[in-house]
Design a binder for this molecule. Structure first.
Ligand code: HEC
Length: 261
């Protein structure tokens, strides 16, 4: 290699490493559990403390409705973080945060015990917020938060409302089926009812709660986004009960669906 080439290569290396060194203090993305959870280790020593940070905020939202969330550190000072969502749009409220690659991370001078941000879901289903944070200093330890589930219902849940009131309770076969990763489940209520619509796996464990609230009479459709859930056969179960009825009188119907990835 000629002398000139060596010098320009060295200069290039210097510029690159400077960019890297300056890039990381103002945050890093792609290290939450959403992306495999490599966290802040590797580059920062200090123990991984599970649940060091906690996400709080609304656990149910409608598509397009912004929710305000807080990331709080359990002990010490929050000096850095990475916040990600399974879908939708994150935006900062705290000025020490900045948006990069669709995730939120620190900009500069983040100190305190919490930061605030908003999340606006774009699809209905069981969605998830993820966060990783670090405390005190580069060696102060870091940790992932527990994954924070949010049930997102369509903007107008009565998406396929009919003119006339359905005569009977019913739960239709989801469509498409098999599906990946989204499917629509439609059900009809002859009168308003307390509705629970859940998805369980073959051994009866709940994998998603799609609806858990009072819903008006009519035919309703809800979209389920099953990204993050393994392929397989699942059951979806509708339970609808009028206020005046006892649990024993509830309408219950179960159907199968097939997620193929
Ligand atoms: C790929 C390597 C890498 C990862 C992963 C990483 N950092 Fe850093 N971080 C750096 C580098 C490099 C610096 C700047 C040089 C230095 O200060 O050591 C830095 C600096 C910082 C600073 C500036 C303040 C200080 O003490 O110097 C904070 C705060 C910070 N990182 C937080 C985090 C948090 C929080 C995470 C995990 C969510 C994280 N980092 C993950 C490489 C990384």
């Amino acid at each position: 290699m000629s002398c000139k080439k060596t010098i320009s290569a060295l200069l290039g290396l210097l510029v690159c490493s400077t960019i890297v060194a300056w890039a990381y203090p103002s945050g890093i993305t792609g290290v939450t559990r959403k992306s495999g959870g490599s966290g802040c280790a590797g580059c920062h020593s200090g123990a991984s403390i599970d649940g060091l940070v906690t996400i709080s905020g609304p656990t149910s939202l409608k598509v397009g409705q912004a929710g305000t969330y807080t990331l709080t550190i359990g002990s010490g000072t929050l000096i850095g973080c990475d916040i990600a969502a399974s879908s939708g749009t994150l935006a900062k409220i705290s000025t020490a945060l900045r948006l990069a690659d669709g995730e939120l991370t620190q900009s500069q001078g983040l100190t305190g015990t919490s930061v605030q941000f908003t999340w606006t879901p774009s699809v209905a289903g069981a969605e998830m917020l993820y966060a990783t944070g670090a405390r005190d200093s580069k060696k102060g330890g870091w940790g992932h938060s527990a994954d924070f589930g949010v049930i997102v219902t369509p903007a107008g849940l009565s998406g396929i409302d009919q003119e006339e009131t359905p005569a009977t309770f019913s739960l239709d076969q989801n469509f498409p089926n098999p599906f990946n990763p989204s499917t629509t489940i439609q059900f009809s209520l002859p009168r308003s009812a307390q509705v629970s619509l859940t998805v369980v796996n073959l051994i009866g464990e709940k994998v998603a709660t799609l609806v858990s609230r009072r819903i008006e009479q009519g035919t309703h459709a809800i979209q389920w986004n099953a990204s993050g859930i393994p392929s397989g056969m699942y059951f979806y179960r509708l339970e609808a009960r009028h206020d005046a009825e006892s649990p024993g009188q509830a309408f219950i119907q179960v159907r199968k669906l097939l997620l193929l990835k």
